[in-house]
Design a protein around this ligand. Structure first.
Ligand code: OGA
Ligand code: MN
Length: 213
C-alpha cells in the first residue's frame, strides 16, 4: 500500500515553500480506522499518560501549557497497523531526504488524546537542548469531526497569520519542527491523533560521522 507520487510531491512542495504541508486523504480509510481502534482501545485500558514539556532534567508536566495524554509506540515491537504506518512514513522520509537534502534517520511517535477541555498552547516542537527533531508529522483519527467540536490545530505563518486545520480522520500535517509555531485550541470532544517526529542524528554523532549540518 503506497501513497501516490502526486500526493508526496505536493507535500514536499508545500513544506519547502512555507514550512508546513497538509494532505486530506493521506492513507486509505482502513489504515486510519485500524489506528483509531488501537488508540481507542489503549485509551480505554488506561495506557495513556499525561504529556510533559521539555526534556531530560528540564522535563515537567504543565497542564496550564498542555493537557493531552500520550502513549509512545515501541519501535522494536510494532503492532501490524503500526508497522504499516511506519512503512508509509519511511517512504516520506526518503522522499524528503532526496528532495530537500535532509539527513532524516529516525522516527519517534506516540498516540495523543485531548479529552474535552484539553489544549496545547502556542509552541514550537524542537527542544532548546536538542536539535534532532526536524519535521513534525500529525495524523488525525477522528471520524466526523465538526468545526464546532473545537480542537483545531492553529498554525502561525511568519507574519503571525493563523491557519486552522480541522482534526478530521485522514488529515495529515507536516511542520518544520524548528520554526513553525502552532497550538491546539480547546477541544469539546475526545480528539485522537498519531504525532511523530522525523529526526536527524544527534549533534555528537553528526560531528563524529562528519556529516553536514
Ligand atoms: C504536539 C502538537 C498538534 C495536534 O503534540 O506537539 O502540537 O494537532 N500537536 O495535535
Ligand atoms: Mn507541537
Amino acid at each position: 500500500m503506497r501513497n501516490s507520487e502526486a500526493q508526496l510531491s505536493s507535500l514536499l512542495n508545500q513544506l519547502a515553500k512555507r514550512g508546513w504541508a497538509i494532505a486530506t486523504d493521506f492513507l486509505p480509510s482502513w489504515v486510519i480506522r485500524g489506528l483509531a481502534e488501537e488508540a481507542d482501545r489503549l485509551w480505554r485500558q488506561g495506557r495513556f499518560r499525561p504529556a510533559g514539556i521539555g526534556r531530560g532534567s528540564g522535563y515537567q508536566i504543565r497542564q496550564d501549557v498542555r493537557s493531552d495524554l500520550i502513549f509512545w509506540w515501541d519501535e522494536l515491537t510494532p503492532t501490524p497497523i503500526q508497522r504499516i504506518y511506519r512503512e508509509e512514513i519511511d517512504r516520506l522520509r526518503q522522499a524528503l531526504n532526496e528532495a530537500l537534502f535532509l539527513s532524516l534517520t529516525e522516527f519517534e511517535v506516540h498516540y495523543a488524546v485531548f479529552p474535552p477541555g484539553a489544549f496545547y498552547r502556542r509552541h514550537r516542537d524542537r527542544f532548546l537542548t536538542a536539535d534532532e527533531r526536524m519535521i513534525s508529522c500529525i495524523l488525525y483519527l477522528n471520524a466526523a469531526w465538526d468545526e464546532a467540536d473545537g480542537g483545531a490545530l492553529r498554525i502561525y505563518d511568519p507574519e503571525g497569520v493563523a491557519h486552522d486545520v480541522v482534526p478530521r480522520a485522514g488529515t495529515f500535517v507536516l511542520l518544520r519542527s524548528d520554526t513553525v509555531e502552532h497550538e491546539v485550541l480547546p477541544t469539546r470532544r475526545e480528539r485522537f491523533s498519531v504525532t511523530g517526529w522525523l529526526r536527524r542524528r544527534a549533534r555528537e554523532f553528526r560531528i563524529l560521522l562528519n556529516v553536514p549540518e
